[in-house]
Write a protein that binds this ligand. Structure first.
Ligand code: SF4
Length: 340
């Protein structure tokens, strides 16, 4: 059996979309993952992962000393192969300094000249599929089932979610509707979540999910719907996954909760403003719908979403009404129920 290390130090969503690659590699042998302090906990208990190695590039592992210290730790593990799921020169240098004999990454990456195998970066594939192709450079394209991400919330996560819902007065069996109003990028935040919450509040208990940066957005929703549950900043990442897993539907921007929902199979309404799913980061839950303003010629205008709309009208988001989003969410709840 071989052993491999996957280096993924991008955003949380990228780490979640790396799990199909991890599952493929685990068939060949032990798999360790190098990832950021922020994303490490999401892989806890994942059946494809032997161990998670935190790369704190802005803290304990900053600078050349930090890099070489971590490289020495990886070298001691004598991996057969390293998969560079994130293309920085620093990640490539880490694998090189760790003397991993086979180093596989994308041909377009900054660190490509340190790789032993270069894989085409396929713009036409979902990012989960692109990453999975690192494990089979000249092989067939993966099936939709193969690229569905996965996470493994366990009993600890079930307990914290039970506790949060109990303290919020949610009755056992009460249907839950998740709203994820946040995003690191301002123009990826759809502005009408409070209105949407009001419209959907008769279909289930509204639950607002997100990080501690999203508490102000949750407060706006609770002003519109006072019995909405504010889970922003209240749960660890896998706890958020467990909470989303219990929801009948999630309405989310193009941000991390979309990928958490894909990993736990929650029906997903995904709102895309300045970005588009063709970038490779669309929803992968079995039941999903994408909402975006396809009539705008300015769209997409940015890989991640600009800080402000350069045309100032922000129609990619403002044209998407709460009525349309509510109708999509209700349809997904009904069709998912019918399938269950
Ligand atoms: S330029 Fe167009 S796509 Fe970009 S933020 Fe403005 S409205 Fe949205």
């Amino acid at each position: 059996m071989s052993s491999s290390v996957v280096i993924q130090t991008s955003f949380l969503g990228d780490t979640i979309l790396t799990t199909p690659l991890l599952a493929q590699l685990a068939r060949r042998g032990a798999v360790d993952v190098v990832t950021t302090p922020a994303a490490a906990s999401v892989l806890t208990g994942h059946p494809a992962v032997r161990s998670v190695i935190v790369y704190d590039k802005r803290g304990a592992h900053s600078g050349l000393f930090g890099l070489t210290t971590l490289a020495a730790r990886l070298r001691a593990a004598t991996y057969d192969a390293a998969y560079l799921a994130q293309g920085s020169l620093r990640s490539a240098a880490l694998a090189f300094l760790a003397r991993v004999p086979e180093r596989v990454g994308f041909a377009t990456s900054h660190g490509h000249w340190l790789y032993t195998t270069k894989v085409a970066y396929r713009d036409d594939l979902h990012h989960a599929a692109r990453l999975l192709m690192l494990s089979r450079p000249n092989g067939r394209e993966p099936t939709p089932e193969e690229i569905r991400p996965s996470l493994a919330p366990g009993s600890a996560e079930r307990e914290v979610v039970d506790d949060l819902l109990r303290r919020a007065g949610v009755a056992a069996g009460e249907p839950l509707i998740a709203l994820a109003p946040g995003s690191v990028w301002g123009t990826k935040r759809w502005p009408y979540y409070p209105e949407l919450a009001r419209m959907l509040s008769d279909a289930g208990r509204i639950v607002v999910v997100g990080g501690s940066d999203d508490t102000a957005l949750a407060a706006e929703i609770r002003t519109a719907v006072p019995d909405a549950v504010d889970a922003t900043g209240a749960l660890p990442l896998l706890g958020s996954a467990e909470l989303i897993r219990r929801c009948a539907v999630i309405v989310t921007n193009d941000s991390s909760p979309l990928h958490l929902a894909s990993a736990v199979g929650t029906p997903t309404v995904a709102i895309f403003g300045p970005t588009v799913p063709n970038f490779g980061f669309g929803p992968l839950a079995p039941s999903n719908v994408v909402v975006g303003n396809d009539s705008l010629t300015c769209r997409p205008c940015h890989r991640h979403g600009p800080r402000r709309c350069p045309l100032t009208h922000f129609r990619c988001m403002r044209d998407l009404t709460a009525e349309v989003l509510a109708e999509r969410a209700r349809t997904l709840i009904l069709t998912s129920d019918a399938r269950a």
